[in-house]
Design a binder for this molecule. Structure first.
Ligand code: ADP
Ligand code: ADP
Length: 226
């Protein structure tokens, strides 16, 4: 687990208006932070700079007390959960969850132990031999989160993970993500443009507009605002 500190982060693509324009934000260890705002306000760009998929034009990104501006994604030990889950269709649930451990050449018995532990928390134990095509949307989401858990990542990063789901499943998954985050106590940054997600999931909500922070507040403070 780790805190995430952003200090005067700027992202300039080409010579237009900066996509992210002097963003400073501290996310505490174990905190669930929502990034919300209209399309094009810089949410994904900010998230990708945290993970390391996008270079930072200026400012400092500090994760777990360490400046990571120049670290590649795999050196940051964060885990991004994508909208489409990025599961491998030909692999079983077990192998999908184990994938990051295979990449790092973790010994077999250790892989089994960690996948079992994760699938316990995620209630995927009965589904380990199935393929993603035979899972529900919610189960696929949990497999994607399982990958993050086995890696013992320092933080979860979500980029609109529920936007492809129907309303009912979205509701279920909201509950599930919230429950898991609290159970694991893992620092989480969650991008959405959905008001309900923003108001129900996070400890705090950061509202972005045109690359700048407009407001950072708890859902309650936002709700009670005139
Ligand atoms: P959001 O996630 O809030 O929809 P983005 O971070 O995707 O916003 O985009 C912020 C701004 O940066 C937008 O104006 C977008 O067009 C621009 N942008 C995003 N990615 C790129 C890129 N790779 N090259 C140029 N401009 C980009
Ligand atoms: P999202 O809505 O999920 O942010 P987008 O459609 O905005 O997705 O962006 C998809 C991809 O296109 C991203 O990799 C982003 O960096 C890139 N992109 C977005 N806007 C631009 C742009 N103006 N110029 C070049 N690439 C862009």
């Amino acid at each position: 687990m780790a805190s995430i500190e952003m200090k005067h982060i700027v992202k300039q693509y080409g010579d237009g208006y900066p996509a992210v324009n002097d963003v400073s934000l501290d996310i505490a260890d174990g905190e669930f932070m929502i990034l919300v705002g209209p399309s094009g306000c810089g949410k994904s760009t900010l998230l990708r700079m945290i993970v390391g998929l996008e270079d930072i034009t200026s400012g400092d990104m500090i994760i777990g007390g360490k400046r990571v501006n120049d670290l590649a994604p795999r050196e940051r030990n964060l885990s991004m959960v994508f909208q489409n889950y990025a599961l491998y269709p030909h692999m079983t649930v077990f192998e999908n969850i184990a994938f990051p451990l295979r990449l790092s050449k973790t010994p077999d018995d250790e892989v089994r132990r960690r996948v079992n532990e994760a699938s316990d928390v995620l209630e995927l134990k009965e589904h380990l031999e199935r393929k993603p095509a035979n899972l529900s949307g919610g189960q696929r989401q949990r497999v994607a989160m399982g990958r993050a858990i086995v890696r013992q990542a320092e933080a979860f990063l979500f980029d609109e993970p529920l936007s492809n789901l129907d309303a009912k499943l979205r509701g279920q998954m909201r509950t599930e993500i919230s429950r898991l985050q609290r159970r694991l106590g893992i620092t989480t940054v969650y991008v959405t443009h959905d008001q309900t997600e923003a108001m129900t999931l996070g400890d705090r909500v950061c509202v972005l507009r045109k690359g700048k922070i407009q407001q950072v507040a708890s859902p309650r403070e936002l709700y009670e605002q005139p």
